[in-house]
Design a protein around this ligand. Structure first.
Ligand code: ADP
Ligand code: MG
Length: 242
């Protein structure tokens, strides 16, 4: 069985800074792959390269064996790849439902279908009761769920989540974890950047560790956690101890 997502030799430079250096990993259908690494390791940039928000300087991205490297974000979205953003940017003056409809319209031009899909996504993330509020009125945790609903409304087969639990209180984290588990049970393939070690060690089938743009380990959570290079990269960080 070929992987759903294959990343080979992805490299991205911003001036003199190499944000991604020869990054390679693959994600099988139905798998959860976690991405960890200290701040500035290049995690969000990797998502930008995979989803077409930035062109890579080298390397390629294969989806189901097809080269999607450098395609525009809307094309990649229509191929079934959704992402959430670490820096949330909902349309503040649109309602919650309208924000998610914008996501759904990436896949269908039928307004009624888009609305139904949006409401389905909002129900899934348990945000239906906020549907008529403006996005600007939501708490951080609710915005995270809105962002997830927007991504899911594009009917993806692969979803990339960038720190969905970041800045969210402990109880909401448990609810988000339950959502991720449910998505996996429904057959979705997931790549998640996650700062919280406990969360990712419990959820991921495999973990990719990045450090200063370079992949330093890729494997089962236990292997990665005890990998010498990973421990080194996190030395002095509270994350790995948690
Ligand atoms: N658009 C950009 N222009 C210039 N530098 C960038 C840009 N995006 C990210 N970087 C830099 O690339 C490095 C990796 O950033 P990022 O991928 O956001 O890391 P992470 O998500 O792991 O914290 C950082 O040093 C960051 O400042
Ligand atoms: Mg980031």
């Amino acid at each position: 069985m070929s992987p759903l997502l294959e990343v080979k030799g992805l490299t991205k430079r911003f001036g003199g800074l190499t944000a991604n250096a020869d990054v390679a990993f693959e994600v099988n259908k139905g798998e959860i792959v976690g991405i960890i690494g200290p701040n500035g390791a290049g995690k969000s940039t990797l998502f930008d390269l995979i989803t077409g928000f930035q062109p890579p300087d080298a390397g390629c991205v294969l989806l189901d064996g097809h080269d999607i490297t450098g395609l525009r974000p809307d094309r990649i979205s229509r191929l079934g790849v959704a992402r959430t953003f670490q820096k949330l940017k909902p349309f503040p003056d649109l309602t919650v439902t309208e924000n998610v409809i914008v996501g759904a319209l990436a896949r269908t031009s039928d307004m009624k279908a888009a609305r139904e899909r949006a409401l389905g996504s909002l129900a899934f993330v348990d945000l239906l009761e906020k549907r008529n509020q403006f996005a600007r009125e939501l708490s951080t945790g609710q915005r995270k769920r809105l962002e997830l609903a927007r991504a899911l409304a594009t009917s993806p087969r692969l979803v990339l989540m960038d720190e969905v639990t970041g800045g969210v209180d402990q109880r909401s984290i448990a609810a988000l974890i339950a959502l991720v588990v449910e998505l996996k049970q429904r057959g979705l393939t997931i790549v998640m950047i996650e700062h919280n070690m406990q969360v990712i060690m419990g959820l991921a089938d495999r973990i990719l560790a990045l450090h200063a743009g370079r992949p330093i380990a890729f494997g089962a959570p236990d292997e990665v956690r005890s990998d010498a290079a990973v421990v080194d990269a996190y030395l002095g960080s509270v994350d790995v101890a948690a």
